[in-house]
Design a protein around this ligand. Structure first.
Ligand SMILES: Nc1nc2c(ncn2[C@@H]2O[C@H](COP(=O)(O)OP(=O)(O)OP(=O)(O)O)[C@@H](O)[C@H]2O)c(=O)[nH]1
Ligand SMILES: [Mg+2]
Length: 505
């Protein structure tokens, strides 16, 4: 299709502000799904997503929309997760788009991830269209939220669409805004092929399935393609787009997004962020990829029944195929036997993997206390990274220890600030900013050790604020701290599985 008639956009928001529900309405309105096929948050296809009502993975779909100008546009929409653990999904999705719908709950207003995701979108130079959602709620204050968006984010919200994703209000206005305001994709269908891999997963029958955004050139059935990071070549065996059912097509051209498979057997060959080009007419330069994501939180997973160790390894390998953010290596413990040390993006990610193992693979698990990765400089000058208390060096061998830090922002109401400040101080936080946001809301920015938020921080924050606090954070370097291994003795003997790393204080 002529790029002039293509619009690529993401839906971003704080958790639960209604992204997936809005996606439902857009699918329905454009006729991608009939009322009979429709169910709530239809793009959240994983069982766990449906049960918990949260989005974990980003989902891309193509819609056709006949606009008021009489032209039918191709809209490629990506619904994204709102939880901070999955920010990398948002950031990848944004790189495949020229615009973003910024959904803000009309009663809750701007929250921590609203800000974080807006900054991500601005960083990618996207056109941002504010949508004030849930105006059907009795507590909705759309005009106040409009002011908030202007003051806090600095976006012009005079044209913000007032919507109720639940009741289907404002849907046409949103689609018109997308068509009018989101820029058409740049890039030329006649240039050498460059397609960005922004997601991939493993299908037992077809091998790796890739989701790609075509920036230049054309991707065709039967074409010989090359992955620019490793030079490996493949032949395109399947090509199409999701609508949301997979619909095969013969060609994807510059500006479009879709899926392809080409008999890739190992998921690590189709790296997310890599550029696909054509063997016959290769591009000279790869597209800027993504920052590699690294696990931040580590815990040991052990089967309760020791004979299930092999089963657990198989299950972890399967999960890893579709979740490159997660890693594991074997470890053993005197107390718990054979298990795995696993790395996660955060606590929700840990919880989800654990639940999937128990539910999809039927393995009962023991999980050790989550911890973080430290950089230890030894007295002999060597530097090691330690995320496992059982690998902690002897005190005499340690010269210094660096622990990972995060920059955290908390948005809350004035009346809870006292309690929250107490909590942040107790967690060894250093205040960076204390800002009144108007209408008795406060933004707190703190530098905190990552180690301090992996145990009970969320629960404590929730009870300190009665649920009226939102948190966002990202890694922000390290600092030297007197950390120490704490052993727990049972009947006079140290139990390795109970050891944790703590601050000396
Ligand atoms: N009253 C009302 N409720 C809504 C509206 N839109 C969404 N909701 C409800 O808000 C809750 C969260 O909606 P989702 O669409 O799952 O929100 P989300 O932003 O996709 O959430 P995450 O993907 O977890 O970040 C659900 O219970 C929806 O039914 C609306 O316009 N009005
Ligand atoms: Mg969602």
């Amino acid at each position: 299709m002529d790029p002039q008639y293509i619009r690529n956009f993401s839906i971003i928001a704080h958790i639960d502000h209604g992204k997936s529900t809005l996606a439902d309405r857009l699918l329905e309105f454009t006729g991608a799904l009939t009322a009979r096929e429709m169910m709530a948050q239809v793009l959240d296809s994983m069982d766990l997503e449906r049960e918990r009502g949260i989005t974990i993975k980003a989902h891309a779909v193509r819609l056709n929309y006949k606009a008021d100008d009489g032209i039918t546009y191709q809209l490629n929409l990506i619904d994204t997760p709102g939880h901070v653990d999955f920010t990398y999904e948002v950031s990848r999705s944004l790189q495949a788009c020229e615009g973003a719908l910024l959904v803000v709950d009309a009663s809750q207003g701007v929250e921590a991830q609203t800000l974080a995701n807006t900054y991500l979108a601005l960083h990618h130079n996207l056109e941002i269209i504010p949508v004030i959602n849930k105006i059907d709620l009795p507590s909705a204050e759309p005009e106040r939220i409009r002011e908030q968006i202007e003051q806090l984010i600095g976006l012009d919200a005079s044209g913000a669409v007032l919507a109720s994703a639940k009741n289907g209000v404002g849907i046409k206005e949103i689609l018109e805004a997308v068509v009018m305001l989101v820029p058409q994709p740049k890039g030329s269908p006649d240039a050498p092929l460059r397609a960005l891999i922004f997601d991939s997963w493993f299908d037992p029958y077809r091998g790796v399935i890739i989701l790609a955004r075509i920036f230049d050139g054309r991707l065709k059935m039967g074409q010989k393609i090359k992955l620019m990071s490793n030079g490996k070549t493949f032949e395109v065996e399947g090509l199409g787009f999701q609508s949301p059912k997979p619909i095969p097509c013969a060609e994807l051209a510059a500006g479009e997004a879709g899926y392809l498979h080409c008999n890739i057997k190992t998921i690590s060959d189709a790296k997310i962020g890599d550029t696909i080009t054509e063997v016959a007419n290769p591009a000279s330069e790869a597209l800027p990829g993504f920052e590699e994501i690294k696990p931040m939180v580590f815990a040991g997973l052990y089967p309760i029944e020791s004979h299930e160790h092999g089963l657990l390894r198989d299950a972890l390998e399967k999960l890893r195929l579709n979740d490159s953010a997660f890693n594991f290596e074997p470890e053993n413990s005197v107390a718990l036997g054979f298990g795995f040390r696993c790395g996660f993006l955060g606590l929700l990610h840990l919880e989800i993997i654990q639940e999937r193992l128990e539910r999809e693979f039927n393995i009962d698990l023991i999980t050790t206390a989550p911890g973080v990765r430290y950089r230890v400089t030894k007295t002999d000058g060597s530097v090691i990274e330690v995320e496992n208390p059982s690998k902690w060096p002897n005190t005499q061998e340690i010269a210094s220890i660096e622990e990972p830090l995060i920059d955290a922002s908390v948005i809350t109401r004035e009346e809870y600030v006292g309690e929250i400040l107490k909590l942040l101080e107790e967690k060894r936080g250093v205040q960076k900013k204390f800002e009144h946001l108007g209408s008795s809301r406060i933004l707190l920015m703190y530098e905190l050790p990552l180690n301090e938020i992996v145990l009970d921080f969320y629960d404590r924050l929730k009870s300190a604020s009665r649920g009226y606090a939102s948190l966002d954070y990202h890694l922000a370097g390290t600092r030297v701290s007197p950390m120490s291994k704490l052993d727990v003795l049972v009947a006079g003997e140290a139990v390795d599985a109970l050891s944790i790393i703590v601050h000396r204080d």
